[in-house]
Design a protein around this ligand. Structure first.
Ligand code: NAD
Length: 293
């Protein structure tokens, strides 16, 4: 992969200034990762509350790094200064790379991409962080589809090394190359993948969680499966993973991927649906499969 990435990134530079749309779990994580590795970034959302939550999360991550001795306090300060929160597009004209990390809704993403394209220069890369939609579904929403690609980070962004770079049918090689360069500058391991629902990792992951839900429906204790998968060597089991990602996100995403591959991944009513209906979203609501203090 390293050799492959070197050839993709050849001749292209990391952005001098980036922007991220959405200050949620992923947008906030991308802003922190970009800023802490030296690339200044504008972080735009539509409400004060969302911006505040994004900044709070990045402060929390920084404090954690400082407390563990992994970041000097002066570097934490520099990181803070590299994140510029915004409720408008001021400053976007000088951003050469935009990561779109708004809600997983095709119409919202298409509208946001069309809007931001009007605010940036002609050469600015637009990268969608969608997990389950395709670049193809968004390409005719923009005037310059050659500048549009996917850049799929994983949650939590600061800890997960892999980033999928998605080449749509109209994405230029230069755009792919610039996305690979940005991922490398963020100290991530990019992998260039084809454009399909779930890309590479989520196609595998959804098949795995589908098998987990089948077992739970058959009456197997979810916590035993978690313990077993941990013994197998995975950092966490499928129930804990669902709790971390959030039941709302999991259910929504698995419906989209299920629709994309009806013969192989048809959706069925499972424990995540029941937990969602009961308001047990996972870590973010204090309870999911497990309880969180
Ligand atoms: P989230 O709900 O935490 O955050 C989304 C943010 O987008 C919210 O703060 C919302 O206010 C904001 N937003 C909505 N419309 C906007 C607009 N027009 N302009 C600017 N901001 C707007 O969602 P998230 O979990 O961070 O997911 C964001 C994207 O990342 C989705 O496409 C999701 O599929 C993808 N993703 C999520 C995960 C995950 O585990 N959560 C992992 C990988 C990829």
């Amino acid at each position: 992969l390293r050799r492959e990435n070197k050839s993709y990134a050849e001749g292209s530079a990391a952005p001098a200034k980036a922007a991220v749309l959405g200050a949620g779990i992923m947008g906030g994580g991308v802003a922190y990762q970009s800023a802490s590795t030296g690339t200044p970034i504008l972080m735009k959302d539509i409400s004060d509350g969302a911006i505040e939550a994004g900044l709070k999360e990045s402060d929390r991550l920084m404090l954690g790094q400082v407390m563990r001795g992994r970041m000097k306090p002066e570097d934490a300060l520099k990181t803070c200064r590299r994140i510029e929160p915004r409720l408008d597009y001021y400053g976007f004209d000088s951003a050469d790379f935009v990561v779109e990390a708004v809600v997983e809704n095709l119409n919202v993403k298409r509208a946001v991409l069309a809007e931001v394209e009007q605010q940036v220069g002609e050469a600015t890369v637009l990268a969608t962080n969608t997990s389950t939609l395709t670049v193809k579904e968004m390409q005719d929403a923009v005037q310059r589809p050659e500048n549009l690609c996917g850049m799929h980070f994983f949650n939590p962004v600061h800890r997960m090394p892999l980033v999928e770079i998605v080449k749509g049918e109209l994405t230029s090689d230069e755009t792919v190359s610039r996305a690979v360069s940005y991922a490398l500058a963020m100290k991530k391991l990019p992998i260039v993948v084809k454009d399909c629902s779930g890309f590479l990792v989520n196609r595998i992951l959804f098949a795995y969680t589908r098998a987990f839900f089948e077992l739970v429906n058959e009456g197997v204790d979810f916590s035993r499966i978690d313990r077993l998968m941990e013994k197998f060597g995975w950092p966490m089991g499928p129930a804990a993973l669902n709790d971390m990602v959030g039941m709302d996100t999991c259910v929504h995403a698995s419906k989209i991927v299920g629709d994309a591959y009806p013969d192989r991944m048809s959706d069925f009513r499972n424990a995540a649906d029941l937990l969602l209906e009961a308001g047990r979203l996972g870590q973010k609501s204090g309870a999911g499969f497990y309880r969180y203090e």
